[in-house]
Design a protein around this ligand. Structure first.
Ligand code: PSV
Ligand code: MN
Length: 422
């Protein structure tokens, strides 16, 4: 998008914004401190979320979907130009085909994007693959299948190195569908040994994220089914291995904020996949169902990171993992980024000193008041101010619509394009 479109849009909205921003500044003493943190904070966009998502019942293309990695980078570059908070991309191999890593790296740099975690895929069989992952990959009873999956992960590390990525996310579909199908201990040991081989190939400055998920596609057991199992692997593997929390991967009503707090305490929280859900791994827009939970999670993140002196922006891998059946995926990602920035801002505004005192005094009512006061504060002008100072658009979604971006993408790419992914 041309810069003057953003400038014109911002000028139109400036007076209104200034009024709302001045009000919040008059209410809070630490707004500038919060803004300096927001300016640094960036979220990684998953390459697989740029196309319309589907369910096992169908998929409805919105048109203009990216046909290759270059076009995905273009789309994420556009999001970043609008909100200046999505300056990273997370790739999924082999859904993303990297023909020339030098050119891809240069293209991403052109849009001010860097490469966050690389994702391997041993949950689908690829064309020409010798062994099937039908009964698992790193856990498989057959060493040859495990070896194939190990080699794929090592190949993903190599591809990531060439792009400047510094982490590998491993999500395994491994598990079992029926009681008796699997020897749990053997599956765990096989998985651990496989992970150890991958870990041995990890560069010194890399992190390995082990993503857990309670169920799906297996419906009886998952070999990395919860944060306890993920933490077991991470602890056994070593200092470069961490747990990755995907918000949609828990059993109903799990207290995710407590999980986050304890993982941080153990220095084993590596990163996040943000999304929201009502039933299972729904992959809905962050903050669309349970915004208070998102805030409570950020509240623990901020408290836990500050307790350790961890840099908020760089200490963890901040990624979105969502996929949408009925929305324009780019609009949806703008909404997710905004929801995450709002929750983070509200968490930064919690009166931590007062909360600690109230906790010490067992003043339960006061504790709740303090948290809900921050949650109920309208911080949109703060997030907007940070975005404006970074050169972004006052209202990214509104500008996206004003500029009829989807229509332009359809004109360029056609109405029948389907991005590769789930
Ligand atoms: C699995 O449900 C997951 O959350 C993992 O992160 C995968 O890489 C991604 O979704 C695939 O869509
Ligand atoms: Mn995920």
């Amino acid at each position: 998008m041309e810069k003057h479109h953003i400038e014109l849009h911002n000028e139109k909205l400036q007076a209104d914004h200034q009024r709302r921003f001045d009000f919040i500044v008059s209410e809070y003493a630490h707004v500038e401190e919060v803004i300096s943190k927001l300016i640094k904070f960036q979220l990684a966009i998953p390459s697989w979320a740029i196309g319309t998502g589907g369910t096992r019942f169908g998929r409805f293309s919105i048109g203009g979907e990216p046909r290759n990695l270059e076009e995905k980078i273009y789309d994420i570059g556009l999001l970043h130009q609008l909100n200046r908070a999505s300056g990273a991309i997370s790739l999924h191999i082999p859904w993303d085909e990297i023909n020339n890593s030098h050119a891809i790296k240069a293209l991403a740099a052109h849009y001010d994007l860097h490469f966050d975690a690389m994702n391997s895929n041993t949950f689908q069989d690829q064309q020409g693959q010798v062994y099937s992952y039908k009964f698992g990959s790193l856990q498989h009873v057959n060493k040859a299948v495990r070896q194939q999956a190990i080699e794929h992960n090592i190949e993903v590390i190599h591809q990531g190195k060439a792009l400047g990525s510094e982490s590998l996310t491993i999500w395994l579909a491994d598990g079992s569908c029926f009681p008796g199908q699997l020897n749990f201990r053997r599956a765990f040991q096989n998985t651990l040994e496989s992970l150890q081989e991958i870990y041995a190939a990890l560069p010194d400055n890399w992190k390995m994220f082990i993503e857990y998920k309670a169920f799906e596609p297996n419906f009886y057991s998952a070999t990395v089914g919860d944060w306890g199992q993920s933490l077991l692997y991470a602890n056994k593997l070593g200092a470069k291995a961490y747990t990755l929390v995907d918000l949609g991967h828990h059993l109903p009503n799990a207290n995710i904020e407590q999980i986050v707090s304890l993982l941080l305490m153990e220095d084993k929280l590596g990163g996040f996949h943000f999304n929201d859900s009502r039933y299972g791994d729904d992959d809905l827009t962050a903050g669309c169902m349970k915004p208070y939970q998102l805030f409570l999670i950020f509240n623990e993140l901020v408290e836990g990171m500050d307790a350790k002196g961890t840099d908020h922006a760089t200490g963890l891998g901040w990624m979105i993992d969502a996929s949408h059946n009925v929305k324009d995926p780019l609009e949806d990602l703008l909404q997710s980024v905004e929801a995450i920035m709002l929750a983070y801002t509200q968490a930064l505004m919690v009166d931590r000193h007062a909360l600690t005192i109230a906790q010490q005094e067992n003043d339960v009512v006061r504790c709740q008041e303090i948290l809900q006061h921050a949650f109920r504060t309208d911080v949109r002008a703060i997030v907007q101010e940070a975005r404006l100072r970074k050169g972004g658009a006052a209202q990214p979604l509104a500008l996206y619509r004003e500029q009829q971006i989807r229509k332009k993408l359809i004109n360029q790419r056609g109405s029948k394009t389907v991005a590769i992914g789930l």
